[in-house]
Design a protein around this ligand. Structure first.
Ligand SMILES: [Zn+2]
Length: 149
């Protein structure tokens, strides 16, 4: 059973019969009206304060959800079209590149520590969960959550 999550408001849903279409792009969010839902292989519960970013197969940002401004201080219009790591000033810890792993191998990468530079210039520790897209265009969804201490 495919699971879906709204990149904007993070409402989770599942598709009992696939009636609304095979591509995630054909189903909008019933909760907030966002244009499409992101399909997940397994259910996922976002961390508190998470912001979702949807990227294409070259990790360029296609959409940024509600929580992204809070995490990064950046609004969606300033992020669209930018490479994810560049646009959000996101640096993963060590040699880990979960974005490339997700895109290349099509497997989710969870709990990846990273540093993000907030628009106000403050460095923040965040945790990233990365999910591959299952449509033919590829791409991924990244959930960026602040590390709570
Ligand atoms: Zn929504």
């Amino acid at each position: 059973m495919p699971y879906f999550i709204c990149p904007n408001c993070q409402t989770r849903s599942f598709d009992e019969d696939g009636r609304e279409g095979l591509s995630h792009q054909s189903i909008g969010c019933h909760q907030c009206g966002f244009g499409f839902l992101f399909q997940l292989l397994e259910d996922y519960f976002p961390h508190a304060g998470a912001g979702f970013v949807v990227c294409d197969a070259e990790s360029r940002i296609l959409a940024a959800g509600q929580g992204v401004f809070e995490v990064s201080g950046r609004l969606e219009p300033s992020l669209i079209g930018q490479e994810l790591r560049t646009g959000l000033h996101l640096t993963f810890a060590g040699d880990d590149d979960p974005i490339a792993l997700t895109l290349d191998w099509g497997v989710r990468q969870l709990e990846k520590p990273a540093t993000l530079v907030h628009a106000a210039g403050i460095e923040k520790q965040v945790i990233c969960d990365c999910f591959p897209a299952y449509d033919q265009d590829g791409g991924l969804l990244v959930a960026i959550s602040p590390v709570t201490t």
